[in-house]
Design a protein around this ligand. Structure first.
Ligand SMILES: [Zn+2]
Ligand SMILES: [Zn+2]
Length: 322
């Protein structure tokens, strides 16, 4: 009896240690790269609906973003990938530490144009008149015009006055196509070295934001999340994610009238390379989402732009600026 009690106590203790990422043998190594889950878009849609209720001044914009994410979820369930190179093509890239789904290279191979048509179908029934008009205009554009917009998104551009309004939709289609493609990879890519860490190890795109993660293996560990395929890659905390310096970092966040942070988001600013990246704290709100919380904290970008001469190092293709 006594023996059994001791054993139970031991188990509980080990369990507690696991929560902090420590095993009897030492520290658990967090995974270097984590591929996206298929439920990402439905979780993002739920988060955006929640944020549209909380951030009243952005309710319409976040509400539309929620419908777009929900449409992405629908399209991901329906369509299948027609791009199927043999596994060795991926092996070669994975072996040599090259992004296996390089967005710039594959933009004419993945069938994101079909995803874009399906997204328009799914959205059309659920949006207002102004957005229906936008969808009709997008449908009328030819393949080349759409390809040009995709290239602009994959170059992290802001588009032109004529194309800017369509870019979130084109980006949404690219996100569906690349997330779907991630699921056929035989394994996640390895940790990148040096400057390669500033872009996604799966598709070579810029991050949308960084996340402080939760869960047994990743508790309080920072990851960057890709703006296109949503893969996450490890990035040390308290180190600039662009120039990797540590000496001139500062942290800023929005404050509500009650003195509390209205969102679980901070910006990490770097005085060495004059850039900043947002940190979305899942350890504060477990439902938070890199893209959604980045959109909802647009006020933080505006505040930083007004006070400091620094620029965003990340890219959110749903954020139409300029
Ligand atoms: Zn990616
Ligand atoms: Zn820096």
């Amino acid at each position: 009896m006594h023996h059994l009690t001791t054993e139970l106590a031991m188990t509980a203790e080990h369990q507690a240690e696991h929560d902090y990422g420590v095993t009897p043998g030492g520290v658990v190594e967090p995974p270097a790269v984590v591929l996206p889950e298929r439920r990402l878009f439905s979780q993002r849609a739920r988060r955006l609906r929640d944020l549209s209720r909380r951030m009243r001044s952005m309710a319409d914009f976040l509400g539309f973003a929620a419908r777009l994410a929900q449409a992405q979820h629908q399209v991901l369930q329906k369509q299948v990938s027609t791009f199927a190179p043999d596994a060795e093509a991926f092996e070669l890239a994975l072996e040599h530490g090259m992004p296996p789904l390089m967005a710039q290279t594959l933009q004419h191979d993945l069938d994101w144009q079909e995803d874009l048509n399906a997204l328009c179908d799914a959205l059309e029934l659920n949006v207002g008149q102004a957005q229906q008009q936008l969808i009709r205009q997008l449908r009328a554009l030819d393949v080349t015009a759409r390809q040009d917009m995709a290239a602009e998104v994959l170059n992290a551009g802001n588009g032109t006055e004529d194309t800017r309004a369509f870019m979130p939709l084109v980006a949404a289609a690219l996100q569906v196509a690349w997330l779907r493609q991630c699921s056929v990879l035989p394994r996640p890519p390895k940790r990148a070295e040096g400057v390669a860490q500033t872009v996604c190890p799966c598709c070579g795109s810029l991050p949308v934001a960084s996340l402080i993660q939760v869960g047994r293996e990743r508790s309080r560990v920072r990851y960057m999340q890709c703006s296109i395929c949503a893969a996450e890659w490890y990035m040390e905390r308290a180190r600039c994610t662009t120039c990797f310096e540590t000496g001139k970092l500062d942290y800023v966040s929005l404050e509500g009238e009650d003195g509390k942070r209205p969102l679980p988001v901070r910006a990490e600013t770097c005085g060495d390379c004059h850039s900043y990246v947002k940190i979305v704290h899942l350890d504060t709100e477990v439902d938070a989402d890199a893209l959604a919380d980045d959109l909802a904290s647009l006020g933080l970008d505006i505040m930083i732009a007004g006070e400091r001469d620094i620029g965003r190092s990340s890219y959110n293709p749903w954020l139409i600026t300029g």
